[in-house]
Ligand binder design. Sequence first.
Ligand SMILES: [Zn+2]
Length: 143
Amino acid sequence: MGAMQAYNGGCHCGALNLRFETAVAPASLQRRACQCSFCRSHGALTISDADGALRIDAKVDALVRYRFGLKTADFLICARCGVYVGAVLSEGGEAWGIVNANVLHDRASFTAPIEAISYDNETASLRGERRKSRWTPVEAFNV
Ligand SMILES: [Zn+2]
């Protein structure tokens, strides 16, 4: 793996900003098309790197935390422009997140094949373990 590279992005109006750092080349980073109805409604393509870092900055009153299903993670949506930027799982003072690759300025560089994945049959505990092992550690979440 090479050096860490930072990819910036966020919602359409600029109220939510993300910085995703990874040493994996963007063309090699798995893109997941989660098959749940929320992700399909947004056309989201999910990326993460357990060895990377994620930073999220939200302007005052701009962040909607949407929970559904097992309600174990916050799906982050801009209250002003409606863009779904990613999701965060918080537990025991730590947090892990995923990014919707479509919101990154450099989205065109993320060209790995899209894998359609369904997590419908997971229990809450298996879901938590999967996320903590695969999602990106959140180094800052400023709201
Ligand atoms: Zn916005």
